[in-house]
Design a protein around this ligand. Sequence first.
Ligand code: SF4
Ligand code: SF4
Length: 221
Amino acid sequence: MLSAPPRPWQREFNACIQCGICGGSCPLGHAMDYTPRRIIHLAREGLLEEVLRSTTPWLCVSCYTCSARCPGGLKITDVLFPALRDAAFAAGVQPPAEVKKGLDNAYRYGNPFGEGPRKRLEWTKGAGVPVPILRDLGRPVDVLWIVECYAAYYPRGQDNARATARILTALGVDYAILGTEEKCAGECARLAEDIVGHSLPGSVMKGGSLRKLRDRISQKA
Ligand code: SF4
Ligand code: SF4
């Protein structure tokens, strides 16, 4: 039996009226073992083992639909799930295998797919327009586009990246991407940030990295 985690969030969720709007609205509800409504119900019943071993907090993509639609204004995305992930980690419960693999890949390769950095630029080949890379330009630009891993590596995301490049070009925006210098922005890791947020220094773009990059480019110009 898992030991009980700190439960300030449980008090807040006593206000839940179990209407089910959160679960019915969640785009990932079909993949979760319990919907957010059921998680709250289980927690209230004291079934913490089920709650902390649930895939639900890990599969949440932070779209905020549940929080926006909850009639009680309960902070499912920002309060409940981070608290549950924290409590699960404190109780020694590992994230689901695919989440863990994505985090491991981000740590090792700078992207959750485990692909090489050179592949990050492959999407640009089919863009139909030149996609400027900051390092090659050697000057500051108005817009630094952080493409991020999904749009750079995943086929459906690559279509979006190509379309975005065409739009930016058509609008005459002075932009550039980082190309192979870009690393995971940490969005997937953010879901588990209490656990791994400070253990991904070399492979994840952070505010500090971007500031350093900006300073470096400003000095060059
Ligand atoms: S939408 Fe809000 S009130 Fe309704 S079940 Fe979900 S958390 Fe509870
Ligand atoms: S914030 Fe998470 S739990 Fe809420 S609807 Fe979006 S994916 Fe589902």
